[in-house]
Design a protein around this ligand. Structure first.
Ligand SMILES: C[S@@+](CC[C@H](N)C(=O)[O-])C[C@H]1O[C@@H](n2cnc3c(N)ncnc32)[C@H](O)[C@@H]1O
Length: 281
């Protein structure tokens, strides 16, 4: 039997944690999230064998010199929900307009390079969907150099993404033809799973990257950026700083995709609205 300890989180301690979480990740939490924070951090207390939130806070901010527990804390707070072909309209737009236009322009310019950034890639479903979509258009031409950078702040989700093994259920809406092209079936603990094939995986580089980093290290621009369903967790200052950094990472004509429940506030950024949750520099 697993015993769940009941720890007490005072409002003052909640304030300390939410300030730490905000400073570290940009994730903005108000008092309505106290129970959620308490539930998620309680698991870290149990795991580390620490008896109280006060002691855990001191450990994270003072005693844990290599910062590993701060990474675990952020891992436990971040919401990682994602799906293959989530918000399908974006992939329809890539197929019908963006990729055909971009590819024919690059072919004319004799520059067969595609650079895509999936900026909050969670457990991998989104960058793998992007890779499948790109291969729809360039699969038969080996001269194309296509790369997808997939980043997330959470090491836990990145590990799952790199492993590239998904339960059968998560792929239920994917056609059998796509499944057999890009996945092989594996049985783990008597349950059928699908494993991403290497020719899909090799398009993607997974890296830990915090979107609140002051200076982005990217030297070359991306053709388009997906940053979906993460800005909702940021306050508007953090969102605006991020959007202006994305702007600097795109060439003129480059696209930014956000989640359908997210909008960029008008007049602050230089992007043109194209369609719901799609903006162009
Ligand atoms: C809800 S998921 C969205 C996944 C995917 N983009 C989608 O739309 O399906 C949000 C992801 O953002 C990540 N995240 C949160 N704060 C972040 C930050 N400051 N920098 C990078 N990633 C962050 C979380 O770890 C989580 O995996």
């Amino acid at each position: 039997m697993v015993l769940t300890m009941q720890y007490v989180l005072s409002n003052r301690e909640f304030d300390l944690f939410r300030t730490l979480i905000y400073k570290t990740s940009g994730i903005s939490l108000n008092l309505s999230k106290k129970e959620l924070v308490k539930a998620r951090l309680s698991k870290r207390l149990t795991k580390t064998g620490i008896d109280s939130f006060g002691e855990y806070y001191r450990f994270v901010t003072r005693d844990d010199k290599n910062g590993d527990e701060l990474v675990n804390l952020i891992d436990s707070i971040s919401t990682n929900k994602t799906d293959f072909f989530r918000e399908k309209k974006h992939f329809d737009f890539l197929n019908a307009k963006l990729l055909p236009d971009l590819i024919s322009k690059k072919e004319k310019d004799r520059n067969k390079k595609l650079r895509i950034w999936c900026a909050a890639s969670s457990t991998g479903e989104e960058p793998y969907t992007l890779a499948m979509t790109v291969l729809n258009h360039i699969n038969t031409d080996s001269l194309w150099d296509a790369k997808i950078l997939a980043t997330d702040i959470s090491t836990k989700v990145l590990q799952k993404a790199i492993r590239g093994i998904y339960k059968k259920d998560t792929l239920k809406d994917i056609s059998p033809a796509i499944l057999s092209t890009y996945f092989s079936s594996v049985v783990i603990d008597n349950v059928k799973h699908y494993k991403v094939k290497d020719h899909l995986k090799k398009l993607i580089t997974f890296r830990r990257f915090n979107l609140t980093t002051a200076n982005f290290p990217f030297k070359n621009p991306f053709d388009f950026i997906f940053c979906r369903n993460v800005m909702i967790y940021f306050d508007s200052d953090t969102q605006q700083r991020l959007v202006s950094k994305f702007y600097d990472c795109l060439p003129k004509g480059g696209y930014l995709f956000v989640g359908h429940s997210e909008t960029l506030s008008k007049n602050i950024h230089g992007f043109k609205y194209i369609k719901p949750a799609v903006y162009q520099k």
